[in-house]
Design a protein around this ligand. Structure first.
Ligand SMILES: N[C@@H](CCC(=O)N[C@@H](CS)C(=O)NCC(=O)O)C(=O)O
Length: 207
């Protein structure tokens, strides 16, 4: 399997971490969305990452579709609860986190001169995006309460995705967290950052 994209993308990183946690062998094509769009388009005509090339001309796009496939391969070890209330809770957390990631990514693109002309930056648009990200972060912080894990008694995809997205926000848009501190989520992220799968994909490589 070949994973396309860099760990700077929270969508890519949650796939890389999950592959590592499942112990599945994979290779990397660490293309940047800012400078290597043509290379990325060979795998995803949308020009987005992640994509997971499975071989024999088959490629999956979008982190949720990729993780759905990996969970199927993982069988009983799948990190997403299979059904019922636990699955619904995990999906609620994962999609709040993905929403925060979406809004934060667009926020950073709006302010990136390689993507957006500085004279066209809209403060109104930035305010809307940061407000939406803050709403999602608040939902994630409240949902964790004082529990060790979001769902049940062990780590699930909800914990992984929430931690990866929090780490991304902390790295790219620290100003969001000044207005919306998330101490519980921060502690979860720090705890998971000790795992090899998180350490090996650490954002420190982009400092
Ligand atoms: N829903 C997608 C979102 C993927 C996404 O937005 N990826 C960003 C990188 S963080 C990207 O490729 N952006 C390039 C662009 O849209 O121009 C997923 O979960 O994989």
């Amino acid at each position: 399997m070949l994973l396309i994209g860099r760990d700077l993308s929270p969508f890519v990183r949650r796939c890389a971490i999950t592959l590592k946690l499942y112990g599945m062998a994979f290779e990397r094509a660490e293309y940047s969305t800012a400078t290597q769009l043509d290379e990325i388009r060979q795998y995803n005509k949308l020009g987005r990452v992640p994509a997971l090339h499975l071989g024999e001309g088959e490629t999956l796009i979008d982190s949720s579709a990729i993780l759905d496939h990996l969970d199927e391969l993982a069988g009983d070890r799948a990190l997403m609860p299979r059904a019922g209330a636990e699955r619904r809770s995990a999906l609620r957390i994962v999609h709040h986190a993905l929403g925060v990631a979406d809004k934060t990514v667009v926020y950073t693109y709006e302010r990136n001169p390689a993507i957006r002309d500085p004279e066209h930056i809209s403060e109104r648009w930035l305010g809307r995006l940061s407000g939406q990200a803050a709403g999602g972060l608040t939902a994630l912080e409240e949902a964790l309460q004082d529990r060790e894990w979001y769902v049940g008694n062990s780590m699930t995809q909800a914990d992984i995705t929430a931690a990866v997205v929090y780490d991304f926000v902390r790295f790219m848009a620290q100003n969001f967290l000044e207005k919306t501190p998330c101490p519980r989520l921060s502690a979860l992220c720090d705890r998971l950052s000790e795992l090899d799968a998180f350490r090996e994909t650490s954002l420190d490589q982009y400092r």
